[in-house]
Design a protein around this ligand. Structure first.
Ligand code: AHR
Length: 500
């Protein structure tokens, strides 16, 4: 049996959890919007055509912010096509995904949907095929109370009160050669600065996210971040990171070690932001928005067969297995371990498209990755403690990978302490200890485990509960020391609370 130890001190606080790290993403792509969140002909639809069964599952996930409408899609999007009377809205080619966009769902429907799903919008503007003027117009349409062309247009469309959207993305993945309107770092930095400046002139209360690299492995990574911030440091509040992982060579230990790389990626971007800050002698710190992250590779071959100009095809419909859920848990633990600088994060995406939730005409079900997200999003709030983890390690292409990924969060008001832990060993259980004598009077309230003997096990519509959590964790507290048994390949959520 492996042994690991966690050392914490209740006064050593890394930072507050910004709840927006439990964000997600809906793009006009595949069946995310049409047949995902919106399907007027479905028996599950409400009077506006929104799927109620999907809304319920999203509410359980407790997602405070949803990025919209893309992704690659936004770089060719005209938001004006998706507002006003539905029968007057044009159908357009979407060059990002080679599909047809009918525009039957747009900005106002999305804002109505966010209210139903108990979430808020993180809106992206098109800095690919469009620019500063359009970025100004959409903020005016959404956030100005009235008395101007675009705010009055919103009123004519039936929305008297402004949408008051607080968080805005300045384009999407502008470093990627696949992106419509792809730019060099200097070109993008300039347009981000100018669009950002004018958007904040319309509404000074908004916050802006500039595009960082679309992956750690991009050739321009590092240089891009530095040069973009050189141009737009004063106008923006966050820099984005995107990263997807796949187990393409079917090597589970290597696949699970990807959280080590994610950790390095975050540390490096923090260093670049701070070096630009030092160069500029700026007061302000730029924080991070990890606004696309997930596992994505299962659907890659299938997607090559989709005919061009389909409407809402089955695209990027990864069916997630148990090892994907373990990596998603580790990625979320990694985000929490950087709570001092990562203030926004979006699981990409939310429904049908590389998503925790899948739909068909007959229902909606939870993929394996739904569970770690749901547990960490609901219980990982409050403050993150500096967590020193002493764990055995294994060799990986990213260097030493600890078998144990873990973090502790503390909610002072609720007097709870929550430990999240992944044991990555495929064949050995682990005994984990943590000295909690500073938390006198705390007892174990819940110990939930996500485990399956087969790392390739999946949930399907026919068999939706193949991989699901159980409350059968084994842990105890003796003389203030927590001891937990972590079976091989398992994820744990152990919640302690002060005895009443
Ligand atoms: O989430 C799917 C796609 O991945 C997004 O459209 C794009 O931003 C990224 O490359």
């Amino acid at each position: 049996m492996k042994k690991a130890r966690i050392i914490v001190d209740r006064n050593f606080i890394l930072g507050d959890v910004d709840n927006r790290i439990y964000g997600s993403f809906i793009e006009h792509l595949g069946r995310a919007v049409y047949e995902g969140i919106y399907q007027p002909e479905s028996p599950f639809a409400d009077e506006q055509g929104m799927r109620k069964d999907v809304i319920k599952l999203i509410q359980e996930l407790n997602v405070p912010v949803v990025r919209y409408p893309g992704g690659n899609f936004v770089s060719g999007y005209h938001w004006e096509d998706g507002v006003g009377e539905k029968d007057k809205r044009p159908s357009r080619v979407d060059l990002a995904w080679a599909t047809i966009e009918t525009n039957q769902f747009g900005l106002n429907e999305f804002m109505d949907w966010t209210k139903k799903a108990n979430t808020e919008a993180m809106m992206a503007v098109n800095l690919g095929t469009r620019g500063v003027e359009d970025a100004k117009n959409i903020v005016e349409y959404c956030n100005v109370p009235g008395g101007t062309y675009y705010s009055d247009l919103r009123k004519q469309h039936g929305y008297e009160a402004p949408h008051d959207i607080k968080l805005w993305c300045l384009g999407n993945e502008m470093d990627g050669p696949w992106q419509m309107g792809h730019k060099t770092a200097q070109e993008y930095g300039r347009i981000a600065a100018e669009a950002g400046r004018i958007m904040k002139m319309v509404d000074p209360s908004i916050e802006l996210v500039a595009c960082g690299s679309s992956a750690y492995g991009m050739k321009t990574f590092g240089y891009w971040e530095d040069q973009v911030l050189e141009e737009c440091y004063d106008q923006v509040d966050y820099l984005s990171l995107h990263q997807y992982y796949g187990n393409r060579d079917d090597n589970t230990p290597e696949f699970l070690a990807n959280s080590v790389e994610m950790d390095q990626f975050i540390d490096t971007v923090v260093s670049i932001c701070d070096s630009v800050r030092a160069r500029k002698k700026a007061k302000k710190r730029i924080n991070l928005s990890f606004d696309e992250w997930n596992v994505w590779y299962h659907s890659n071959n299938q997607d090559k067969k989709i005919p061009r100009w389909s409407k809402a095809p089955h695209q990027l419909e990864d069916v997630y297995n148990f090892e994907d859920a373990l990596l998603v848990a580790s990625m979320m633990i990694t985000l929490l371990r950087h709570a001092d600088r990562v203030k926004v994060a979006c699981l990409a995406q939310l429904v049908n498209v590389i998503a925790p939730i899948m739909t068909s005409d007959t229902g909606a079900w939870k993929q394996t990755i739904y569970y770690p997200f749901e547990m960490i999003s609901n219980y990982g709030r409050g403050k993150v403690l500096h967590t020193l983890v002493q764990s055995p390690v294994y060799e990986s292409r990213h260097g030493d990978a600890p078998y144990l990924d873990s973090v502790l969060t503390m909610d002072e008001e609720a007097e709870t302490l929550t430990l999240f832990a992944v044991n990555k060993s495929l064949d050995e259980s682990m005994e984990l200890t943590c000295d909690l004598r500073q938390f006198a009077g705390y007892e174990i309230r819940k110990h939930v485990v996500l485990r399956h003997e087969d790392v390739k096990a999946v949930n399907t519509e026919e068999n939706p509960n193949e991989v699901s959590p159980s409350c059968n964790g084994v842990s105890s507290i003796e003389n203030g020391v927590l001891t937990a048994q972590l079976q091989d390949k398992s994820f744990h959520m152990i919640q302690l609370a002060k005895k009443k």
